[in-house]
Design a protein around this ligand. Sequence first.
Ligand SMILES: *[C@@H]1O[C@H](CO)[C@@H](O)[C@H](O)[C@H]1NC(C)=O
Ligand SMILES: *[C@@H]1O[C@H](CO)[C@@H](O)[C@H](O)[C@H]1NC(C)=O
Length: 570
Amino acid sequence: MRAVLIFVLLGSALAHFHLDVHLRQSNVDVFEKTFWDIATPGSDSYLKFLSREDIAAVIGASDADLASVQNWLKSAGGFDITTSALRDTVTATFSSTPSDSILKMGRNGIPHKDSHPACVQFVVRRDPVESAFSKSVDSRRVDRHPSSSVGSSISAMDSSPDYSISNIKAAYGIPVDLQASNDATRQMVWGPGTFGFSEPYLTKFKHDEAPLINMDKVVFDTENHGEPGGDNFMEGQLDVDMISAFGLNVTTVVSNTNTSASTEETTGFGAALLDFVTELAARETVPHVLSMSLGSLSAASCDYLCTQAATMGHTLEECQDYMATQRQVCMYLSQEQTAAISTAFQVLGARGVTILGSSGDGGSHFSFSPFVPQEGDNGMAVDLNTISCAHQIPVFPTASPYIVSVGGEMWEGDSSHPVTWSSSTYGSGGGVSIQFDMPEHQKKTVATYLARPGMPPADSYDATKRAYPDISALGVSGTSQSCPILGGIFAMLIDMRLNSGLPPLGFVAPRIYQVAEEFPGVAFEDIIGGNSGLACGDEGGFPATEGWDANTGFGRPIWAGMVQHFASDK
Ligand SMILES: *[C@@H]1O[C@H](CO)[C@@H](O)[C@H](O)[C@H]1NC(C)=O
Ligand SMILES: *[C@@H]1O[C@H](CO)[C@@H](O)[C@H](O)[C@H]1NC(C)=O
């Protein structure tokens, strides 16, 4: 892992770079309570979204702390020092390596922890990357891990139903010509690395499947437009196709905030996600919907796997080094990092953003599929597969309780017979977080589910933690397809709300649970059949049963019911 970082930095050691200093936020508990009040129907502050200034006043650093960080950076030669509107990040530019005596640079080019002022939580270094894909990671160390994003190979079974956009819309009862009409409605997809889309591909998709896509409303967020051929490019294309076909005539913002290869391969991803959500949360305008298809095993999952491997004759370090060779499997640095990302999700929710994340494609045990044994791996892959099958291994960001997790369905025969999406190796992600507590709105529903017969062994998960997914949509190309489909659908509902003078929906999960519990089968159609065990066998996985389950949540959209319960507040 470290080798990768140093490699990236060597190439740009002399150029300008930035340090982003994240200050420890104040009053995070108070803020979290406010976040839940805003998201919970019936509370006095329900849907009373906050401004950046309101939020800064709660979580922002004190003037004294900000001054200490600004002075620290200045005395080390930093210039163009700016403070984010949320008062939780200070950024400085450096033209050369800062004077050592003050910043005590660590080997990775980031100031050593003991030189930080006490109020600092993380320091992130940003180096200019000239589209570094394929240059900066030593590809011999990176085993290609099968990615789920290439849908055609998965769905191309002979007898498979016709999963065209118009058929999917028909299955959900969405009028095929329904278009957004409010100029303000915004939906966003994000990814780093090669993430992007190509206009010719989108034009072809529009021609073949969704003639009403408004190409003029699909715009890039940054100068990074993606690189055809990369995994994340395929993801980006699928995201854009789906969200623009379901959120017809909604402005679609395609965001790629870091093109470094490590953001697509290894732990650069977590850093890029933290950087993106923190920066987005502090922007003047935020989108109404953010759909995120990318992710990997959570930091807590990777910690768990390696701690267990260390009891099976491997050292912790061997396991971590091995993980660093597994492409797109462990992409977060620490649980502290995933907690900080989750706080940024809360800020976005409190500002009115509905965030959705794909539930993953490896059922409840893997990020994609089992580890592949190789000569010389010292039995690591076999042991990690044993550990993975004996426990539920969640993925992130979807396991975060502060976003809506979206699973996948497919059809048996025709669209009126939905089941959990799975192929021989892949399947709708589901399970239980290791790091994050179960939020209040899930407790009743999930307890009812876990009391049903056929559950995996009780010691394979912690029943007090956040369970996922929440809802589902078509996912034959993976949950990277279902998530932007629901993203577009929520954007349409929000468009209707804005047209009637209502606020957007923000973090919508508590309302989803309330609607689904009170009016079963009205806004979401239950999906029964399937299991998240996949390669580990059904006994180790969660079954898709009646009602909510850890495969498909409450099920797939029923447009008329969603309009009834989400487009107005009556
Ligand atoms: C992009 O991410 C890499 C890996 O974390 C980091 O080294 C680099 O500085 C980042 N670049 C920018 C512009 O944020
Ligand atoms: C598309 O959205 C714009 C607002 O941005 C609106 O003026 C236009 O009427 C919409 N088109 C359709 C077909 O509804």
